[in-house]
Design a protein around this ligand. Structure first.
Ligand SMILES: [Mn+2]
Length: 290
């Protein structure tokens, strides 16, 4: 019996990136990543990863022009309807602000949720003058009480411009930071399993995020805010696989892929591989997994 379905949901929206003065273009991410992913699916050697997968569907959520709040509401409503323990959405951004929309849907579906974020940045900026930027998703989830800080884990957070006040905010909320230095000294496997146990403690479901800017610029130049430092391609692929394999992970957000700044399509290809890696893990989940 095939046990899981995957719903790949594109949200071609980067207004939140513009509002933070980042490089726009992530609105083109979903289409490009889906194209590349369908090539991977068409490759017969990848069929071994799909024995337990009933189907992989691709759809888009049409954003509300320049309206971040309304677009997020649409994301929440749409994903809430899709979420079932055996239906795993993979959301492709778009700006990282969209994770607020999918996170709220997770809260409505599962009540107690955990969050793991692989990112160069904290993304806990406050909403100032009503501007919901791509740097705000986790603060909004925490402030809205959709997410308890005790179940919030950030991995990487290595951008040189990260502000002390955002670090302080995560600590005040009792969130966990696992820095890149520690991960490189130990392993991504160890760090992610630690993150999964924290995010999964007394919760019903975990949301897993990869902001592509968490990966080194040489592997992922096509993003809104690239960093020289970061995860390697291998670490990111392993993280996606481990998250996919964990029974508690019920949604994957893959954010900030920006084809306008890509080099030889390598960021888009990496994003497609990350999706496949996650699905490979999902395919290997133990028994009923839900
Ligand atoms: Mn981010």
């Amino acid at each position: 019996m095939r046990r899981f379905s995957v719903e790949i949901i594109g949200v071609p929206f980067d207004h939140g990136v513009k509002l933070i003065n980042g490089r726009p273009g992530a609105r083109f991410g979903p289409e490009k990543v889906m194209q590349e992913f369908s090539k991977l699916l068409a490759n017969k050697k990848n069929n071994d990863f799909l024995q337990n997968i009933e189907k992989v569907n691709c759809t888009n959520i049409i954003p509300i022009k320049e309206n971040v709040k309304k677009t997020h509401e649409k994301v929440t409503t749409t994903i809430k309807k899709i979420l079932k323990p055996n239906i795993i959405p993979i959301v492709i951004g778009g700006g990282h602000d969209i994770s607020f929309g999918s996170g709220k849907a997770m809260f409505l579906a599962y009540k107690k949720i955990g969050q793991i974020n692989i990112d160069a940045h904290y993304d806990v900026r406050p909403v100032v003058n009503g501007k919901i930027t791509s740097g705000t998703p986790f603060r909004r989830l925490l402030e809205g009480k959709f997410l308890n800080g005790k179940n919030f884990v950030e991995l990487g957070v290595h951008a040189p411009k990260n502000l002390k006040e955002h670090y302080d905010y995560v600590i005040k909320k009792k969130g966990t930071l696992i820095h890149l230095e520690y991960i490189n000294k130990t392993s991504i496997d160890k760090a992610l399993n630690k993150a999964l146990s924290i995010a999964g403690k007394n919760t019903n479901a975990i949301m897993f995020d990869i902001d592509i800017d968490g990966i080194q610029k040489r592997f992922a130049p096509g993003c809104s805010a690239p960093c020289i430092e970061g995860f390697t391609k291998k670490q990111a692929l392993e993280a996606a696989y481990i998250a996919g394999k964990n029974n508690d992970v019920k949604l994957f957000n893959l954010m900030e892929v920006n084809p306008l700044h890509d080099v030889n399509n390598k960021t888009v290809k990496l994003a497609a591989e990350l999706i496949l890696s996650f699905i490979k893990g999902l395919n290997e989940r133990e028994n009923n997994g839900y």
